[in-house]
Design a protein around this ligand. Structure first.
Ligand code: CA
Length: 393
């Protein structure tokens, strides 16, 4: 794999997130104008709203295009590649610095999984006192149905949630946290009552984003038994604004660990070698890789459909928190500060959990030879909680 050169000079910079090899899909507007679909190239955006089958981009998001399926995705990608390749006629582009980015797709439903083995072991040690996995974890991709309504694009501020922090305790969460995850975007759906194979599930996936599953650990700890996460994770989930096409990541596939049952067995490697990092302000607080996951998005999607649950265009699947094996590679502050017992020492003071005004940023890229397939950033700044309403006092 080598850099594919473009007539857009900034796209040929080896540190650019958006070379010709990538061509991720986003939605932008300029000066408060209408939302248009675009493809990132270097420091610019190619407006594609007049391209593709008639009307496919009229809604100002990628959903209708996603529903067209893999053959249409490949044709379009080839067309955009030809337009932007070195030697092609130059045309007008929008500078990313002049554009505002929006949600790239309408989220149909959001499901969050739990496929980070080190994360699951760490949570077990902190919550149950033993570095052990739940008995079912190596057999089944654990997940829960989350909220599509609170999925927001990077840059959207996040309000500190109110909640029950324990028996009789009410107030703003005191343990606000991040979860470093990848989000898989489902392009084509499946029929109710019809399970899909891992190979078919892989074909249904359109692309990937960075995903921050904001979490309130005190609310979560009090509520999660017996039915799993609820309000501790329902208040906000942030995603990066560019959907990186699965096609751009083909060269970075890696196998997932062996699956216990045939219906979960992979045909192609469904994990990806993507370097990930977390920043608090300007300071990097963690670094890891998406190959730390135990189940691929395709396996999770296949498992999700096993009961006959229909998948839909625009479904979003969170991978689960991605943690490496050692401190400094963990994907949450809960782990990085060991539930607040070991504060992180930062340039501007110590941190256990997130404070008001903090900006948390996820970054990610797959590293090729002389180029990278970048995801851009997924960031959010924390606003203080609302004043407790009179009716809640
Ligand atoms: Ca999560």
């Amino acid at each position: 794999m080598a850099l594919k050169t473009s007539w857009v000079a900034s796209a040929n910079d080896p540190d650019s997130d958006f070379p010709l090899n990538n061509l991720p899909y986003g939605v932008f507007s300029c000066g408060g104008g209408r939302r248009r679909c675009g493809v990132a190239i270097g420091d610019s955006i190619l407006d594609v709203s007049g391209m593709g089958p008639a009307g496919v981009f009229d809604a100002g998001n990628w959903n209708a295009f996603m529903a067209l399926g893999p053959a249409a995705w490949a044709d379009f990608r080839a067309e955009v590649t030809a337009i932007l390749a070195e030697g092609a006629a130059e045309r007008g582009l929008v500078r990313q610095a002049d554009a505002q980015l929006h949600m790239p797709f309408a989220v149909a439903e959001y499901t969050d999984f739990y496929a980070g083995r080190h994360h699951a072991e760490n949570m077990g040690e902190m919550l149950r006192g033993a570095k052990s996995l739940p008995a079912n974890w190596l057999h089944i991709p654990i997940g829960y149905n989350g909220r599509a309504s609170s999925v927001v694009v990077s840059g959207t501020p996040v309000r500190r949630p109110l909640g029950q922090l324990g028996q009789g305790r009410f107030g703003p969460t005191e343990k606000l946290d991040i979860e470093l995850e990848l989000g898989a975007v489902v392009g084509t759906g499946s029929a109710m009552g019809q399970p899909v194979s891992v190979a078919k599930a892989d074909e249904m996936i359109f692309g990937f984003v960075l995903l921050n599953d904001w979490s309130a650990r005190d609310i979560q700890a009090w509520e999660y038994q017996p039915l799993g996460p609820f309000q501790g994770k329902a208040f906000a989930t942030s995603i990066s604004p560019w959907i990186v096409p699965k096609a751009a990541l083909e060269g970075f596939r890696r196998p997932a660990p062996a699956a216990p049952l045939p219906y979960l067995r992979e045909v192609r490697g469904g994990l990806y070698d993507i370097e990930l990092s977390v920043y608090l302000g300007d300071e990097q607080i963690s670094r890891t890789n998406a190959t730390e996951l135990h189940y691929s998005a395709a396996q999770q999607l296949a498992h999700h459909s096993l009961s006959g649950c229909p998948m839909r265009t625009g479904d979003l699947l969170g991978s689960g928190t991605i943690s490496g094996p050692t401190a400094g590679t963990f994907g949450s502050l809960m782990e990085l500060s060991w539930n607040g017992e070991k504060p992180l020492k930062l340039a501007n003071g110590e941190r256990t959990f997130i404070e008001d005004g903090d900006t948390l940023t996820l970054k990610g890229h797959a590293q090729g030879e002389g180029f990278r397939i970048g995801f851009g950033t997924c960031e959010g700044t924390i606003l203080s909680a609302i004043n407790t309403p009179d009716w809640a006092r």
